[in-house]
Design a protein around this ligand. Structure first.
Ligand SMILES: [Zn+2]
Length: 303
């Protein structure tokens, strides 16, 4: 090798070491954008956060890409929704990363569901029927009050791996709690006129939102979570919409509208696509925007 080339390589090696040490930020990888948003709010300038899934992807089904493994292999902290939400993709990515700091049970692993009051925990689990909610409903981040539990879990994780900045994380956590509580009053007030309103949803992912804001989800376009709508399910839904005078069908950005369109045509109900995660639509830039957006869309449709 020529001396010049050697020199360049040595300089490159030193600068990369220098930059790694210099950056000083905690590298966090989250499975979902909602967890990314909350981590950014708690971590502030101490963290740099990437999310594997985008906000408009079905969180149950994410195609693994080599770039995800690379980010995971460099991460200091990993944050997951848990239960069986990401079962189809995240455990494999985590294993492939070979990063011992962020494996389950390690200090850099955060299961955001810890301490969340789970809904719809089945008494007997049977994945053979296609069910993908076998440990209870995993879409708990769609209740802003659960956002506070998630934030506490993330702060705990950051404090485990970066105890020197504990006071920053605690201050940011308290600010997050305060903001959620303030926004909750506004959200509850906007939803109050629609208490008990019956709606249909595409996938069973609104149960926490429903309970918090007083909607009543009568049925789903999917006959079972993860099983696409069948003709017999559509007939059942059409009858329910007619007999209950249901005005709104809630869908998500990653489902085709073809089956909702059938119900809309047959009944005159409206289909509304809500954001299930941060980044689903351009205005939904953070965890607070998520509820601002959904409540605006819903109340407009229900009026
Ligand atoms: Zn689901």
């Amino acid at each position: 090798m020529k001396t010049n080339m050697k020199k360049i390589l040595i300089i490159l090696a030193f600068t990369s070491v220098f930059f790694c040490a210099e950056a000083g930020t905690i590298k966090v990888v989250t499975t979902l954008t909602d967890l990314r948003s909350i981590t950014e709010l708690i971590g502030g300038n101490k963290v740099s956060v990437t999310s594997i899934a985008t906000g408009y992807q079905n969180p149950h089904f994410v195609d693994p890409k080599p770039s995800y493994i690379i980010s995971l292999s460099n991460a200091d902290l990993f944050v997951t929704v848990g239960l069986d939400l990401e079962t189809g993709w995240s455990p494999q990515l985590l294993a492939s990363s070979r990063n011992t700091k962020i494996q389950k049970g390690a200090a850099g692993y955060v299961d955001a569901s810890e301490g969340v009051g789970l809904l719809q925990v089945p008494t007997s689990a049977n994945r053979a029927e296609g069910d993908i909610h076998i440990y209870g409903n995993p879409h708990y981040w769609l209740d802003p009050m659960n956002g506070k539990v998630i934030a506490r879990n993330i702060a705990n994780g950051l404090e485990r791996i970066d105890p020197s900045n504990k006071s920053t994380y605690e201050t940011n956590l308290q600010a997050f709690y305060k903001n959620i509580d303030a926004k909750m009053q506004d959200w509850q007030a906007k939803m109050a006129p629609f208490k008990g309103t019956k709606v249909i949803a595409y996938h069973n992912e609104w149960v926490y939102f429903e309970k918090r804001f007083g909607l009543q989800i009568v049925d789903f376009m999917e006959p079972k979570p993860g099983i696409p709508p069948t003709p017999s399910q559509l007939v059942k839904v059409i009858n329910e919409v007619k007999s209950n005078n249901i005005k709104v069908i809630i869908s998500s950005p990653y489902f085709t509208t073809s089956s909702s369109d059938v119900v809309v045509k047959q009944t005159g109900a409206k289909a509304v696509t809500l954001a299930t995660s941060v980044g689903a639509f351009a205005p939904v830039k953070n965890y607070f925007d998520l509820f601002d957006y959904d409540i605006a869309q819903l109340t407009a449709a229900l009026k």
